[in-house]
Design a protein around this ligand. Structure first.
Ligand SMILES: Nc1nc2c(ncn2[C@@H]2O[C@H](COP(=O)(O)OP(=O)(O)OP(=O)(O)O)[C@@H](O)[C@H]2O)c(=O)[nH]1
Ligand SMILES: [Mg+2]
Length: 294
């Protein structure tokens, strides 16, 4: 009989390099939201890939930044935790970027005792010559890491990286039930879906001042009824979220409903409200309430 392998595989890297896209590609489900804006991911989200003789527990994490307010410090604590329990680290960079913005994190990667796979992502955007230069540059910077050039978006070399992860994982029993896909509850995915629409449709600071709280998630046999609150920091932001005659908010609701119907494979009814929660991003009690309690 084949031995069972299991372990934690944690994806870290700068904002916007494609960490969430890769995790979703491994899992085959849209667990993490993806947008073209930096700091899309705010939590550490597990995506579990199960097989007869393996369980790979992937972690998507927020992009590494220098924190400017308490929410961001909490996001960086999620990244730190991902360093601590990894069996394999996936350090993701994108074509054209230069090393991590945070030196301390970069030193940690350089000195890592566990295997590091250096994933050079978005190679679909680059010419062969640029790619070769980039490979040389990164190999020089992190000689101990094993480099894989990939495109998470186009699923190029993703399977090969997964096979390599399986080779590197220790023999261990599964940590989670074999039918479990993630560590997050249903409400979390509702919140994230709504936040994704806000990241997509509102400019500048607005998405960063928003947090979602789902107050009601009620599952009937043929429909899920959801009521969620969009929290902003100031009155002016509330007006912007709602938009002219409620049109902007309505669009968020319609698009979120469509995505959630796909995600839950069921009809969804969603009601959205907007509330001002002054400076929640800097208030540790509020942050705790929203699940940033690390
Ligand atoms: N061309 C190309 N674009 C990609 C690839 N992977 C991801 N992207 C795009 O890059 C952007 C950021 O992707 P995400 O997966 O959200 O990146 P992230 O690292 O999780 O970002 P944060 O959560 O903000 O740290 C999105 O617009 C993706 O579609 C890729 O392989 N090629
Ligand atoms: Mg992300």
């Amino acid at each position: 009989m084949k031995k069972h392998k299991s372990g934690f595989v944690n994806i870290i890297g700068n904002p916007n390099v494609g960490k969430s896209t890769l995790m979703n590609a491994f899992v085959g489900e849209k667990l993490s939201i993806i947008t073209s804006k930096a700091q899309t991911t705010r939590h550490r989200i597990l995506g579990i890939v199960n097989g007869d003789d393996f369980q790979v527990i992937l972690s998507d994490t927020p992009g590494i930044i220098k924190p400017a307010y308490e929410l961001q410090s909490s996001m960086m604590n999620f990244v730190k935790s991902a360093f601590e329990d990894a069996d394999v680290l996936l350090y993701m960079v994108e074509i054209g970027e230069k090393a991590l913005k945070d030196e301390a994190f970069f030193t940690k990667i350089t000195n890592s005792k566990i295997p590091v796979l250096l994933l050079l992502n978005k190679i679909d955007t680059s010419e062969q010559q640029v790619l070769e230069e980039q490979i040389q540059y990164w190999q020089g910077l992190l000689p101990k890491a094993e480099l894989h050039a990939i495109s998470a978006l186009e699923n190029f070399n993703v399977k090969e990286v997964f096979e390599r992860i399986l080779e590197l994982l220790p023999e261990a029993p599964p940590y989670y039930p074999k039918d479990q896909l993630t560590d997050k509850p249903e409400r979390f995915f509702v919140n994230e879906t709504i936040r994704e629409k806000i990241l997509m449709h509102y400019k500048k600071e607005i998405p960063y001042a928003v947090e979602i709280e789902t107050e009601e998630f009620f599952e009937d046999p043929d429909i899920i009824r959801i009521r969620s609150v969009i929290m902003v920091e100031r009155d002016t932001q509330k007006g912007i979220i709602i938009g002219h005659k409620g049109s902007a908010l309505k669009r968020v609701g319609v698009e979120s409903r469509k995505d959630l119907e796909k995600f839950f494979d069921k009809q969804v009814h969603i009601e959205l409200y907007v509330k001002v929660n002054k400076n929640w991003r800097s208030n540790s009690r509020q942050l705790k309430r929203f699940g940033y309690n690390n």
